[in-house]
Design a protein around this ligand. Structure first.
Ligand SMILES: Nc1nc2c(c(=O)[nH]1)N[C@H]1C(S)=C(S)[C@@H](COP(=O)(O)O)O[C@H]1N2
Ligand SMILES: [Mo]
Length: 318
């Protein structure tokens, strides 16, 4: 739609306000037509990518939040995505995300634990107090964002299941639903999407079991209803739409490492000095900015995480 609507920049307002202002505009401008069809339907037709009002989540802003950096607008966070289960391009996931119907959901936690657990969505949401964590998000492809996530430390969940003394790694398995996720009808990756962390990485206070962003439940294209966020690693370590978390004694296989081991290692810590075989990782494009900025070691989270890699050769263990 070409028509310009006078409204504040989307970066200055919340998604709900954005949605409401468009809705009132439409109701006023389209008059009887909008009323007859339903403002929501009209809105959808005119703005296929438009933000929809979703369920609000109450969360306290955590002091472990990046400050002094502009948050990436909601519109960008929710319309420029890597979610290969939906599509391999960046814009399609948001467009077709409504084909995915996450609920009802079961998250299973098993493996080397004293008390294996199965949680439905409501049980998961009640497991620990929700926090808002503003984190930098650096994709291995060279773009970055700043996103206000909502969730709680993965550690709260792991403590609950009581890892045994043998547990050393944590494996994450994403959802398999080819009927709802058209990308899974093609063999771009070995489905389901798999990721993994060392147990100390999974227990690190930064590692967030994430259920929302910008004050609302996770949009489908961002990994509804539950994903992890591991902000000092490249984005692909932050598996979306997780159905299973398994504690293991061996380094688990991961999808990107399986598909291209020379390009994607198990650790994948953000590191400007260790280039991807096909491009430099020294700089990044912050979505919405014109000039590239320097990429920071551990994405700027070294104070929290550098100690876990003491004595390791980060070029070898990339
Ligand atoms: N299951 C699953 N998880 C995934 C991906 C994916 O394709 N499938 N893409 C990864 C990549 S490459 C990135 S950069 C982030 C993107 O998260 P965002 O769309 O919420 O920004 O999700 C990661 N988690
Ligand atoms: Mo990524």
């Amino acid at each position: 739609m070409k028509q310009r609507i006078e409204q504040p920049k989307s970066s200055e307002i919340t998604p709900r306000e954005l949605y409401m202002s468009r809705r009132s505009f439409l109701t006023a401008a389209a008059g009887i037509g909008a009323a007859a069809l339903g403002a929501e339907k009209v809105n959808e037709l005119l703005h296929p990518l438009t933000v929809k009002a979703a369920t609000h989540l109450n969360a306290q802003r955590s002091p472990i939040s990046t400050t002094g950096e502009k948050q990436t607008p909601y519109q960008d966070v929710t319309s420029y995505n890597n979610f290969y289960e939906l599509s391999t391009d960046k814009e399609t996931p948001a467009r077709i995300a409504s084909s995915f119907h996450p609920l009802p959901w079961t998250l299973q936690i098993d493996g080397l634990v004293g008390r294996p657990l199965k949680l439905d969505y409501d049980e998961l949401m009640k497991l620990a107090p929700l926090e808002e964590r503003v984190y930098r998000h650096r994709c291995v492809e060279g773009w970055s964002m700043v996103i206000p996530w909502i969730g709680f430390p993965l550690k709260a969940l792991l403590d609950r299941v009581q890892p045994t003394g043998q547990a050393r790694y944590v494996a994450f398995t994403s959802v398999t639903r080819p009927k709802e996720l058209p990308g899974q009808q093609r063999g771009v990756l070995n489905w389901p999407y798999k990721e993994g962390l060392r147990l100390d990485e999974a227990m690190n206070p930064l590692t967030l079991l994430t259920v929302g962003l910008y004050g609302e439940v996770l949009p489908n294209q961002n990994g509804a209803p539950v994903r992890i966020v591991v902000p000092w690693k490249y984005g692909f370590k932050s598996a979306k739409s997780i159905v299973r978390i398994t504690l293991t004694d061996r380094m688990p296989p991961t999808s990107w490492n399986e598909s291209n081991p020379s390009e994607y290692g198990f650790y994948s810590n953000v590191n400007p000095k260790v280039d991807h075989p096909r491009w430099s990782q020294a700089r990044e494009r912050r979505i919405g900015e014109l000039f590239r900025r320097e990429t920071l070691l551990f994405n700027g989270y070294g104070d929290f995480v550098a100690g876990m890699y003491k004595g390791m050769d980060l070029r070898k263990d990339f």
